[in-house]
Each structure stands twice: as C-alpha cells, then as structure tokens.
Design a protein around this ligand. Structure first.
Ligand code: FIX
Ligand code: ZN
Length: 415
C-alpha cells in the first residue's frame, strides 16, 4: 500500500505494533531457572527502580525496609507510590500499563486480585502470555557464570525455552579479578593472582567453555564512567588479551555497558547504583585497534549519547543499542532516537527492555514503541514532504531492521 498524509500515522503505528521484537538485553530467565525467574505483582512492585523512589519518601531505615518480607515491601511501595500520591513516574506508570495489558482493573487497587491473577497460571503459561502480548519473538538473558545459583543450573544442562538466548556476563571477571579467581579455581581453571601466560590461557579456556556451554550470542560487561584501557590494570589485560581474542575466534561480540557507578549508596542494594559521563575515547581506541572485533555499546549517561552516535558512523564494528536504565524514559528516548535516526538512518537498535521481571516486558515495550513510533512518523513525513514514495512493505522492512534484524545481521557480520 502507498502511504500518504492521511494514512501514515495509522499505518506506521500498526506496523510497529505488528513487528516482532528481539529484546537483546534483559535479566529474564525461563522456567527451569528456579528462583531466578521473576514474575508477578510482588516482583514487579518491588523492582529496584520503585524501591529507590519509595525510599526517598518513607522515613524508616533502609535496613528495616530490606528486612521486611517481599509481600510487605510490595504493600508498602504500593501504598506509598500509588495510593498516597499519584503514580506519575515512568516506573509507576509502567506497573499500571502492565496490569492494564493483563486485563486487570487498575482502579480497583485490589492487590490481592493482581496476585491471584498471576498465580492462576503455570510459569510456562505466564511466559507464553507475556511474550505473545508483548510480541517478543526472542530475548537475550544475562548469564553470569560467577553466580552460584546460575552456575548450578547450567551444570545440569537445562532444557531452555528456545525464545530465550544467552549472553555471558563477565563483570566479576573484569572488575574484580582477585575474587573471581577463587571461583575459577574451584571450577578447575588454574588461574594465579598475576596474569601469567598460563593464567591468560586458562581465562581464555574458561571463556571458551562458558560460551559453548551457554551458547552465548555475545559476552557483556558493565563498567564505570572512568573505564579506560590505557592503563596497566588487570581489567585492561584481561579484556585485550583474553576476552577480545576469544570474542574474535568465536565470532561472539563484546557488549560494553558503560557509565555505571555501582553502589553509590550501598544501603540501597540494587537500587543504589548511579551513573556518570564516560570517556568516548576508550571505545574509539577499541574499535580502531581491534578492527576485526565486534563491539556492542550502550552508555548510561545522556551526555555520552551524541558522541557515541557519531563514533558509530566511523566504525562498522560498533553496534549501538538501547536507551539504558536511567535513559529509559520517554523524554530521553525521544531525543536519543531522533538524533540516532538523523545520524545513522536505520543502522542501530533503538531499544532493549532490561526487564528483570517477565511482566515488565509489557510496559517497557509498549512505552518504548509509543515514542519510537512518533519519531518514525515525523521522519517518514519529512520524506513524503519532498515527494519520496513510501509503501507499507518498505516500512515493514525498515521497522523489522530496528526491532530485530539489525541485531542478527551484526552477529553474522564478517569483518
Ligand atoms: O548492569 C546491568 O545490566 C543493568 O541493566 C542492571 O544491573 C540494572 O540494575 C538494571 O536493572 C537496569 O535497568
Ligand atoms: Zn541490564
């Protein structure tokens, strides 16, 4: 169908809603991963974004809050953020969108009803319900070989829902090698405290084994704003001489998530992380020096977004993705997606959900798609203004690239 000024809004909205999604970074797990798989009202309401918002308001010590049972925490958060005041924040609105999409009455404020709704499904049924409603075809987990619970699960070769793909998370190895070493020793890797030739070979063997075991699509690390490789640190050595070698050999990109200040307020636990502006030169250095390696990059600070987008124009081994965490808000998604499109056309991945709780896929994608649709409508309208002919079929292909195909193409890219 040909698009014109009359039908463009309806057509693009419908195309975005119909397009299947590849959610390339989540913290979700399928059934079979026991307590790691999180879903349902209590989990959703005790999301660390909402904990941070609640603990700004209530006047009990942080430690008392964390000592409470999950259900009591959930009740307190709901009372504080949804009953005593209007739920205006993005994370609060997210809970409402999710409940609404599940067919629940958000104004009943009947938390018991919300809880019972989820418990009427098996984990498998609930996964199907959410993935189908959110139109997610595939999603990528965050698989941490240094997490004891997770390691145990992989030991028994779990039967994994084929929609859930793996990514090997290496924060511990990169940011705290001294401690990671002890876990690796227990796993049978002969790593010493100094990065000798043997130790580096053992680290590579570890990476290789875990990529194969988990069938990981990429390796990932999150790093602080002051991340640099121009230093003689174990982090720099492990990245350059171990991770990037294995990454190249196995054609498994390295995802860098840059700009997180872990535990700015340790009393807040997961909710205690913050962000800071990083140095783009580190990414430039990596893309240039390791030009046969592939890098996926997302940055946490708003201030880094423009220069990161420019850098992506210079290096095709750099794949930029998502509006991460504190950027995952409509005002910022709009700004970032607009200039990414202006500078890169269709060659990036606008979003990932970062969902920790299955139900969140519903709101994160609905909210994201709403903004991305508006940006696309504006940009396609500009093409109509100069007389460029647009068809539904062409836009379907474009949108498929943004939500799905660009990622697979990057994984398959040979440099
Ligand atoms: O490091 C990460 O992957 C972060 O996304 C998370 O650890 C963070 O806590 C989060 O949930 C952000 O959305
Ligand atoms: Zn994450």
């Amino acid at each position: 169908m040909k698009l014109n000024k009359e039908n463009i809004i309806k057509e693009i909205t419908s195309i975005v809603n119909k397009t299947e999604i590849y959610d390339i970074h989540t913290h979700l797990y399928p059934e079979g991963f026991g307590e790691l798989m999180l879903y349902g009202f209590d989990e959703m309401i005790t999301y660390h974004y909402l904990i941070a918002e609640t603990l700004r308001i209530i006047d009990i010590p942080y430690s008392d809050f964390f000592a409470m049972k999950k259900r009591d925490q959930a009740d307190l958060i709901y009372k504080t953020l949804f009953i005593e005041r209007s739920p205006l924040s993005e994370s609060c609105r997210g809970v409402l969108t999710t409940l609404k999409m599940l067919g629940l009455n958000i104004n009943s404020q009947n938390t018991q009803e919300y809880r019972e709704f989820t418990s009427s499904f098996s984990a498998k049924e609930y996964t199907n319900l959410v993935l189908e409603k959110a139109n997610i075809k595939k999603l990528v987990m965050t698989n941490d070989p240094f997490n004891n619970i997770e390691r145990k699960i992989w030991k028994y070769k779990p039967d994994i829902d084929s929609r859930f793909k793996s990514a090997l998370r290496l924060d511990f190895l990169i940011n705290d090698f001294k401690s990671a070493r002890h876990t690796m020793l227990r796993m049978g890797y002969n790593v010493t405290s100094t990065l000798t030739g043997l130790t580096k070979r053992e680290i590579k063997r570890f990476l290789h084994d875990w990529i194969v075991k988990t069938n990981s699509l990429y390796m990932a690390i999150s790093v602080p704003p002051d991340f640099t490789l121009l230093e003689n640190s174990s982090r720099a050595i492990i990245i350059e001489e171990c991770v990037l070698e294995v990454s190249y050999e196995l054609n498994v990109p390295l995802a860098l998530m840059i700009g997180v200040k872990r535990q700015t307020n340790p009393e807040l636990d997961l909710a205690g992380d913050s962000c800071g502006k990083a140095n783009i030169e580190t990414i430039e250095y990596l893309c240039k020096k390791f030009n046969k390696n592939k890098f996926m990059v997302t940055m946490l600070s708003r201030e880094n977004q423009h220069e990161l987008t420019i850098l992506a124009r210079k290096y095709r081994n750099l794949f930029i993705f998502g509006c991460w965490w504190f950027l995952n808000n409509p005002s910022l998604i709009k700004e970032i997606t607009t200039f990414r499109t202006e500078l890169l056309g269709l060659s990036y991945m606008p979003q990932h959900s970062d969902a920790r709780i299955l139900d969140q896929l519903l709101y994160k994608w609905t909210h994201n798609k709403d903004i991305i649709t508006k940006v696309l409508i504006k940009k396609y309208n500009k093409l109509l203004d100069v007389g460029w002919e647009l068809t539904t079929e062409k836009i379907e292909e474009d949108v498929n690239r943004l939500f799905y195909k660009n990622f697979e193409d990057f994984l398959n890219l040979k440099l």
